[in-house]
Ligand binder design. Sequence first.
Ligand code: GLC
Length: 418
Amino acid sequence: MTIEEFTKLKYGMFVHFGLFSKLARGEWVMNREQLSVDEMKELAKTFNPVKFNANEICQLAVASGMKYIVFTTMHHDGFRLFDTKLSTHNSMQSCGRDLVAEMIDACRKHNLKIGLYHSLNNWFDQPDAVAALENPADYEKFIDATFARLKELVEKYKPFDIMWYDGWWPFDPAGWQAERMNAELRAIHPGLIFNGRNGLPGDFGTPEQHLNAPVPYRPWEACVTLNNSWGYVEGDDSWKHPLEVSNMLKTCVQNGGNLLLNVGPRGDGSIPEETIEIMQKVGSWLKNGGEEALTDCEPMPLTPTIASPKDRGDWDTQADFSCSGNNLFIIMKYHPAFYTLTGLKGNVRKITCMGQNIPFTQNGGKLSFTIPEDIRVTFRPTFKVECDAPPAIYRCGGLRVPNVEHPRYDPGEPDIEY
Ligand code: GLC
């Protein structure tokens, strides 16, 4: 895959699964609770995720409108979810399953691109990163083992699309020999693209739990949890609302990025019901017009101070917007029966939603229409408003937009972020 193809994928699923999932206290549980290698070996004997079904995971991704999956082949706890000659601490030994192979097969079947997450560092293998830090001989062994692991993984599962490194503590790119790492993996599999988590910039940046594009700009993918956890945590019920998820996706796409949204299956491999519900809801919106509203869409900047000719957006309590060419997309937040948009610049030719023509009235910048009942009940009804010129929405604190340049009604920069 090329990086251009990657930036067009827009929406993907991160799957955090591993031995840690059994403990249901997150993927850092080994470190946080100082569980020993022997304790983890004992736990590995019981690893048997009878409900892990790669096909169902892919079906959920497709139903949610996602185009790729990034799967944890080995997290920081060092347990491999694949068949390997280099360690006995793996799913093949525990339950005779190569979950990476299962995942890759299912992705191909469902036409999803595949990224392999792999932690460079791990807390299981010896000599570990701490030893490598303290002792040059151990450092050599540690680096050799890391390279051997990565090369085996790429050799065994190529072709796949994305090498998603993580866990680069405690070294910098020189310490990881990151240039050589990328070069040697690319020599085995020339089509691979790399994230930047071996310390190099990589082909794309990976903002975590926030949506900022990297500065200076380069391709990016924000990875975000659906509740508060990557690996499954029992009792974490801080689920994001589907509205928030759809807005995160919109923010990423309008700023050139991808959204990689996380799923943390339980220890038996089953997916939490809340995850399924939220993802399906967002998928229904994408199918009903959301995807079109996010395709080749342009940002609609709204400067907080002086109105500038670049201003194209405004805030609205009932809807969010995107635009593309002469089309404005009104993405409803709620389920009103009737909607009025003011401050619209441009003459409306036609409004459609879910294959229906929507009758409307326009009086200057004021556009109104009734929302048919069958559309109203869907999640985030999205209306395509075809105009005679690139649309913009512009209001001000008064009832009339002044002809002279003026500050916004609330010219202060926001002082807190959340
Ligand atoms: C971090 C964490 C890890 C999580 C990842 C997701 O590096 O260490 O637990 O897998 O980011 O981006």
